[in-house]
Design a protein around this ligand. Sequence first.
Ligand code: PMV
Length: 315
Amino acid sequence: MKRIQATAPGKIILFGEHAVVYGRPAIAVPVTEVRAKASLQASDSGFKIVASELDRTYLLAEAEPDDPLATIVQITLNYLDQAPPAATLSITSTIPLGRALGQFFGHPLLPGEVSSLVYEVEKLYHGTPSGIDNTVVAFEQPVYFVKGNANRRLQIQSPLTFVIGDTGLESPTLKVVGDLRSRWQVEPERYEGYFDEIEVIVEQAKVAMEQGRPGLPAFGKLMNENQELLQALGVSSPQLEQLIGAARRAGALGAKLSGAGWGGNMIALVPPQSEVISAVTKALTEAGATGVIVTELTVTAQSLDLVTTLRRGNA
Ligand code: PMV
């Protein structure tokens, strides 16, 4: 029987998280060392969803109305103008899910289509998402992202090596973003000032990133400066600070939290020397990281617009 498999990379936000929700630019890159998977296997019965990470199996027809996975399935099926097939969908994330459904019906979806479909669902469940996550994961390219704009792929002149450390704590994006919004509502000028400072850092980081190896020290320093502003925004935590400090002391050129904060991951830029990479990896583990990944961002082709419009109709 027909079986389709699709994957999508992980992602890290290098600069500008949170400020990006308020219209400032941000930089994010795919992490190819970890890939989320979806498989769709034709079956004899109704459309079944197997969400292994959530330890849940259920029929699409019996899903709760606010179930996020069932919603993205339904939005994608509407977009493809198809009824639910008799099939079992096994998934760990939404991007490969969209891809698998497109392939199943013989309509491979373009990155911009998958990105837009997933963004529709993020809007339903995450309040005010900037759209950076779905963009970088769907396009699998480093991206200079501004909410609502046609976003630009970033040109990388020489490989960049990052070590990612996991605090092992949940990073509840919706809660952290909502909490910051409450503080911004009380003191808008103060927080807008922080966002403006982050914007300057993102612009400088873009230049440093495009310079390649000579830009590395500046890039690391800018990560540290961005981290100070993330602290001021109130989205860091003692666990993140511990890992960030450990990475810097072990020779990282710069380190900061990545994503919403409170928990989740931090990232460290390391020089391309195996002894420093090993030292930072070891330091993070000793400082309590529950997982450490080394990822290399490779040189990219000419920068192009990442177009995120939908081709077909009714999503
Ligand atoms: O927590 P993550 O990795 O999904 O990143 C959230 C990034 C924010 O800027 C905090 C929110 C957003 O929608 O851009």
